[in-house]
Design a protein around this ligand. Structure first.
Ligand SMILES: [Zn+2]
Length: 119
């Protein structure tokens, strides 16, 4: 579960991709609070005018396996990690499932592409 403070609203989502992509497509300030999917360390990402910090050790992962149900198949595996080492450790422990690594900037870029279709 990820928490997102966006435009005075406190939201919760199942998907780390949404918490970066939604503020990105809306060009809004936001604060994301979540935990590293490997070590459970709290992570806070401050987004300014839709743009996450360019220089951040925090890295995201987008699942690449079959997706019949977004909430069941995609969101639980779309997470943020403290850094590349924690993502690599998680992948090893999870049996190296298919997926791609994405920086916060890349997640915002992809989010704009996906979510702009809905605005
Ligand atoms: Zn971690």
């Amino acid at each position: 579960m990820h928490r997102l403070r966006l435009g005075g609203l406190q939201l919760r989502t199942w998907c780390a991709f949404d918490v970066i992509g939604v503020p990105a497509v809306l060009d809004l300030d936001a604060v994301l609070d979540t935990h590293c999917a490997h070590c459970d360390h709290p992570l806070r990402v401050t987004i300014e005018t839709g743009q996450p910090p360019k220089e951040s050790p925090v890295v995201g992962r987008l699942p690449g396996g079959p997706c019949r149900n977004v909430q069941a198949d995609f969101c639980p595996e779309a997470n943020l990690f403290c850094n590349h080492a924690h993502l690599a450790a998680w992948r090893k422990g999870a049996g190296d499932p298919p997926g791609t690594t994405a920086s916060l900037t890349e997640l915002a870029h992809t989010g704009r592409q996906v979510w702009t279709k809905l605005t």
